[in-house]
Each structure stands twice: as C-alpha cells, then as structure tokens.
Design a protein around this ligand. Structure first.
Ligand code: 5RP
Length: 223
C-alpha cells in the first residue's frame, strides 16, 4: 500500500468511528494537512448527518466549504465532540509533534476545546522518541531572533522557515536536534519564551485516540 492509501484508510476509519455518534446538531473539529484532507473528502459524503465544522486553518475551511459543509467560528460553538487531525510524529503515549503545515496554533486551540481528539496517521509517523521531525514553533515576527537564541539555550538548532507566514500572520522556526525528555515540560518551557505563540508539541493535551494506518490494517491506540 502507498502512503496515501494508508492515509485514506485511517481517514475512513475516523469517519466510521465518529459518524454513528453525530447528530444533526454536531459540529466536528477538522485539522490540516494531507491526511486531514482525505478525512474531509470522506466526511463530506455524510454531510446531511451533522451541522458543520470548525476548521484549524484557512485551507481546511476552504476545502470544507468546497464540499458544502458549513464552517463555524470557534467562538460561536459551545461544544465540540470530536477533533480529527494528522501528525508529523506520534509516540505510544499519544504525544505528538505537529505543525509541518504551519497550522499548529489553531490546531492546538481546536484540540483544546474538543472532548475527543482523534489523531489519524500512517504508520511511518509512529516513533519511539519524538524529535527527529524538527519541532515547529510559531513566533511573533519581531521576536524571531530572540526566540531563536532562547531555543539554542534549550539545546536546539532553530531554522527559520523561509517564506512561510501562518494564518495568524506569524513566522515559523523549525527546531532541529532537540532532546525531548519529558514532552509536557518542554512544551510549557518553549511556550514560556516571550514571543512564542505556540509550539508543535501536543503533550499537555495529547490525542485521545490514535488511528494508525499499517499494511496489515488500521491499528487503534488509546490513551
Ligand atoms: C499541519 C499538521 C499536519 O497534521 C501534519 O503536518 C501532518 O500532515 P500530513 O497529514 O500531510 O502528513 O500538523 O500543521
């Protein structure tokens, strides 16, 4: 199976998992990236059975609207049963690195609101140790050099993601070679650097369910 076929299989598994639990009042939180795109396309087949969605990026909002799925502002939504999104890395504790698509801040906000965060990923994303994938950090533009110096003090090698501006008007530093010991602590430590908006460690609020596409089928890991 190709990586795209594995992504499609987990996207279908997520649809199969949530659709029976949705009502005509349900609003679904939707992530960003190629795996999330498969999920959107498959979810669209059931669009009459739920109210709409909250998007974690402008790109996702456009794709949802393209399918005729109503997109709500998170501020107008009081309850979100599910948030479904991909990841760049996941460990067996369901801690994640996200932000390869630069949407980490909005993804983290929607994940924080959702009751159940379902991560969908192909098997290549499951790792023993987080950190081979450079950790994305969203930074207020004027603080870029300051934040980079502070990240070096934490042992990382930050690289400016040239030409990328987030949906929030900020820049991304990708931090290579970070030793990620206790992920929730490092997540908080990086968030505490003045000028950081958020970072791509999802450890204080990990996923609740990881659907992993393998050549032997979809595996389900629960927290
Ligand atoms: C975007 C993300 C994505 O979930 C992550 O990059 C995985 O993307 P893909 O599903 O394309 O492999 O965090 O900011």
């Amino acid at each position: 199976m190709t990586q795209d076929q594995l992504k499609q299989a987990v996207a279908q598994a997520a649809v199969d998992h949530i659709v029976p639990k949705l009502t005509d009042r349900s609003i679904v939180g939707v992530g960003t990236g190629s795996t999330a795109n498969f999920f959107i396309d498959l979810l669209a087949r059931h669009k009459g059975f739920f109210d709409g969605a909250v998007a974690s990026s402008e790109a996702t909002a456009e794709r949802l609207k393209g399918h005729g799925i109503p997109v709500y502002d998170l501020n107008s939504v009081s309850e979100l049963e599910f948030y479904v999104d991909g990841a760049d890395e996941a460990n067996k504790h369901l801690e994640l690195i996200k932000g390869g698509g630069a949407a980490l801040t909005r993804e983290k906000i929607v994940a924080a609101v959702a009751k159940t965060f379902i991560c969908i990923a192909d098997a290549s994303k499951l790792v023993e140790q987080l950190g081979s994938f450079p950790l994305p950090v969203e930074v207020i533009p004027m603080a870029r050099s300051h934040v980079a110096r502070e990240l070096v003090k934490l042992g990382g090698d930050p690289v400016y993601r040239d030409g990328v501006v987030t949906d929030n008007g900020n820049v991304i530093l990708d931090v290579h070679n970070l030793l990620i010991g206790f992920a929730p602590e490092l997540e908080a430590q990086i968030n505490n650097i003045v000028g950081v908006v958020s970072n791509g460690l999802f450890a204080m609020r990990p996923a609740d369910l990881l659907l992993l596409g393998t050549k032997d089928g979809v595996q389900m890991l629960e927290r």
